[in-house]
Each structure stands twice: as structure tokens, then as C-alpha cells.
Write a protein that binds this ligand. Structure first.
Ligand code: UDX
Length: 439
């Protein structure tokens, strides 16, 4: 099929590259012409494993191209994806300015009926509002045509995006006409996608996305809250998570206790969901506490370190391993490392920070403080340090050389914020070990 993707940020670029790889002909458009120049050379403005290769491959075989003019990008296209950003506004609601700018332009440019697919995460009712706005614009130009507006939310995870798009658990399609459902079924042809395709009203599709993210986040907050009780009573949250996850009705995913979730999606979508509840006058105690528990979890863990040192925290040096909000991404949005660094600095510690993808953008996110420095190597970060705090579980931290580590550190103390290490091994190597909810 002939497809345009408008907005080549994270979701848009992954969508464009993945669809072109299944044989569709895709043109990507973005208002940022410098970004387009880079994309022609398969230079990706963020870190996502495999994406640069996928872009290069499909540019080469001419299933993927880019255009700097919207008019050219949408010419002869059957489906137009919109994947522009919907950042949170000051009241937590999603800011839809970018989407409506695109809709206005499409209203001026379109001269045929096309299917418009909203990939951006948008509050319930947006699909219907877009339908009204776009089709009124077309009518005001004297055109007797009606475009189908489809909600097709994305469930991909950063760092696993290409796999998630190629192997979805389900495809959610919110539309109002048989024609639109059939177009989308042709796009996600059964020869490529064998998962269930769920047809529903646009409002249900829109809310499904928020529901999925809030539900996953609530599981994380639940185990994190429980981990504090486990800590207090001498139980092991890792074993409890297994006991929970092996119940078929519960399932094993998103039950890992740690420093809480970060990233662009969970925090933003929960704010937006809260806003929707408030708008409808519905009190959602549950949704409100997901975020609160998440934020408290950073405090809970920082307090462990601060208590360990007592007055000696002033004058101590603590190394932080892993700064991005999770492994295999360079995304720092809502990363727990930011809050932890602030809390430890405030308590008087000097910090040495390391991340496998440390770059200027990551450095800039931390305060310019004489007590905070960066290291280019994980072992360099711990030289003379009094403790290591494992913040993000990058694979290179999984099996450190404990004896080298001990040799470099002033005092051998580990704060394992992701329960990555075996406490027995760490202790047998001579470390004082603190995990999350582990005896
Ligand atoms: C998430 C959703 O998974 C995805 O479907 C949606 O489209 C976007 O938001 P993402 O933010 O990329 O994806 O990362 P994900 O792997 O889901 O992890 C989110 C956060 O939760 C990370 O900070 C991770 O460290 C944390 N997490 C995850 C836990 O703390 N415990 C867990 O058990 C799982």
C-alpha cells in the first residue's frame, strides 16, 4: 500500500521503517528538514537497536523515502499516519496543537478520500473531533468526500520497538466504517501479522492505550509498594513476584520491583488519564496513587543509602551506574537517576555518574554541581567510591568483576536499585549489599 507517515519522532520513524520493511511503500514527512537530511543517510536522532539498519535497508530498496513538503508526501497515498508529539500541557492534559496543525494542512491539501490513522496517543474523543474538523474543512472547499479517521494506538517499548511492531500481541483499530476496518486489515495483512485484530469504536481504542499503560504502571507500583513491606518484615519481593507471576490469572510481566518506572509514556499517559477522570467528575483514587507510589520509591531507596552512611554521607563519594530511564535507550525522560542524584547530592554525597550511552544530552540533564562528575568507564566511576548505586540494569552491569570493583572502591557497598545481582554472591565477594525488598 502507499503510505505517508507525518511526524518522524520515535513512534513515527519506527512505524515508517517497519511498514516499509513489510513491503509497503512509505514516505516520511517531518517539519525538521535537517532531520530528513540525516534520515536519508540512515542517521537516527535517538538510540534504538536495529533502527538505523532497517532505515538504510529500506531506503536502499526504495520502499522508504522522505519528503520535506507535506504536499509531495501525501500525493497518491492511500493511508496517512499521524505520529506527531502530544506532550502534557500544564494541567496534565495532552497538548494537541501539533495534531491540529497537521489536520489543518491536510484540510487545505487533500483532494481525495484517504484513510487517516492517528498513531499519537490522544485523549478519548480526539478521533471524533478530528473527523469533524477535517471533513468540515474539506466540505468548506466544496469537496464531496469523506476521509476515514482511524485510531490505531501503538504499544511498542523503547529498546524493543522493532520487535514489538513486528510481533504485536494484538492490533487495536478504532473506526466507524467497514471500509476503514477493511483498509486497516489489508495494511496489517494476515500473512505478516497473525495476532488478533480488535475492531472497536474510536473512543474505546483511544482509551485502550491509556488503560494498558496505566495498568502496567499500576503493577509496577504495586510490587514497589509491597517491596517496602517486604523490606520491613524480612520477606523477599523477588520470590513474591515469582509467586504472583506464576498464577496464570496474573502473569509474570511488569512485576519487577526497583526504582520505579520512567520514560515518556507511563508518566505522561497517567497524567492525561487523571485529567480525563477529573474532567468527567470521577474520582480515581487508584490512578492517582500509581504516580505517587512511583515517586516515593526513589525516596525510599535514596533514604536507604542516606541511612547507611549517616553523618558520614557528607564527604562520601557514590557512583551511579545507569542513567537512562531503562536499558537500550538514550532517553532520559523521567529517569529515576535524575531524582536519585538530586536526593543524594542534597544529603551531602559527591557523585560520579556513568552510563553506557553517556552523551552531551544526558550530561545536560544533571545539575552543574562541583560535587557531581561523569566517568567514561564503569570502573573509572567507582575509583575511591564508598558505594555503587545500580540505577539502570544495562547488560554490561549484570556480571561485574566484583574483585576488581572491591579493589577500586574505598568501601565495598552496593545499592542494587534493580535487584540485578545475587545478594549471596555480592556478600561472598565482600560487599555490603542492599537491594529492593530483599532480606
Ligand atoms: C511503555 C509500554 O510498555 C509500551 O507498551 C508503551 O507503548 C510505551 O510505554 P516503555 O516506556 O518504552 O514502554 O518501556 P517499558 O519497557 O514498558 O518500561 C517502562 C518503565 O517501567 C521502565 O522505566 C522500566 O524500568 C519500568 N519497569 C518495567 C519496572 O520498573 N518494572 C517492571 O517490571 C517493568
Amino acid at each position: 500500500m502507499r503510505i505517508a507517515v507525518i511526524g518522524l519522532g520515535y513512534v513515527g520513524l519506527v512505524t515508517a521503517a517497519s511498514l516499509s520493511d513489510t513491503g509497503h511503500h512509505v514516505i516520511g514527512y517531518d517539519a525538521d528538514t535537517e532531520k530528513l537530511e540525516s534520515l536519508w543517510n540512515a542517521e537516527i536522532p535517538f538510540f534504538e537497536p536495529g533502527l538505523a539498519q532497517l532505515v538504510a535497508k529500506n531506503v536502499d530498496r526504495e520502499t522508504l523515502s522522505f519528503s520535506s513538503t507535506l504536499d509531495t508526501a501525501i500525493q497518491d497515498r492511500e493511508i496517512i499516519f499521524i505520529a506527531v508529539g502530544t506532550p502534557p500541557g500544564s494541567d496534565g492534559s495532552a497538548d494537541l496543537t501539533n495534531i491540529y496543525q497537521v489536520i489543518d494542512s491536510l484540510g487545505q491539501l487533500l483532494d481525495r478520500a484517504v484513510t487517516i490513522v492517528i498513531k499519537s496517543t490522544v485523549p478519548v474523543g480526539t478521533n471524533q473531533a478530528i473527523d469533524h474538523t477535517l471533513n468540515s474543512l474539506l466540505k468548506s472547499r466544496g469537496l464531496q468526500l469523506s476521509c476515514d479517521i482511524v485510531s490505531n494506538p501503538e504499544f511498542l517499548r523503547e529498546g524493543n520497538a522493532l520487535y514489538d511492531v513486528a510481533h504485536p500481541d494484538r492490533i487495536v483499530i478504532g473506526a466507524r466504517s467497514r471500509r476503514a476496518f477493511d483498509t486497516m486489515r489489508e495494511l496489517y495483512s494476515p500473512s505478516q501479522f497473525t495476532c488478533p485484530v480488535l475492531e472497536m469504536e474510536p473512543a474505546s481504542a483511544e482509551l485502550s492505550k491509556y488503560a494498558a499503560n496505566a495498568f502496567l504502571a499500576s503493577r509496577i507500583s504495586f510490587v514497589n509498594e509491597l517491596s517496602r513491606l517486604a523490606d520491613a518484615v524480612g520477606a523477599d519481593i523477588e520470590q513474591i513476584s515469582i509467586a504472583l507471576g506464576t498464577d496464570d490469572r496474573i502473569g509474570p510481566h511488569f512485576l519487577r520491583a526497583g526504582l520505579g518506572y520512567g520514560g515518556s509514556c507511563f508518566p505522561k499517559d497517567i497524567l492525561s488519564l487523571q485529567h480525563m477522570f477529573r474532567e468527567q467528575g470521577i474520582d480515581s483514587a487508584l490512578t492517582n496513587s500509581i504516580q505517587q507510589v512511583n515517586s516515593e520509591q526513589r525516596n525510599f531507596f535514596a533514604t536507604k543509602a542516606i541511612r547507611h552512611f549517616g553523618d558520614a554521607i557528607d564527604g562520601s563519594t557514590i557512583a551511579l551506574w545507569g542513567l537512562t530511564f531503562k536499558p537500550d535507550t538514550d532517553d532520559m525522560r523521567e529517569a529515576p537517576s535524575l531524582e536519585l542524584a538530586q536526593l543524594l547530592l542534597k544529603a551531602g554525597a559527591a557523585l560520579r555518574l556513568y552510563d553506557p550511552v553517556l552523551n552531551a544530552a544526558i550530561r545536560e540533564r544533571f545539575p552543574d554541581d562541583s560535587q557531581l562528575e561523569f566517568a567514561d568507564d564503569m570502573y573509572e566511576a567507582v575509583r575511591g567510591a564508598d558505594a555503587v548505586v545500580l540505577v539502570t540494569e544495562w547488560i554490561e552491569f549484570a556480571e561485574p568483576d566484583f574483585s576488581k570493583l572491591r579493589g577500586l572502591m574505598r568501601t565495598p557497598v552496593l545499592f542494587d536499585g534493580r535487584n540485578l545481582w545475587d545478594p549471596a554472591v555480592a556478600r561472598s565477594e565482600g560487599f555490603t549489599y542492599y537491594g529492593v525488598g530483599r532480606p
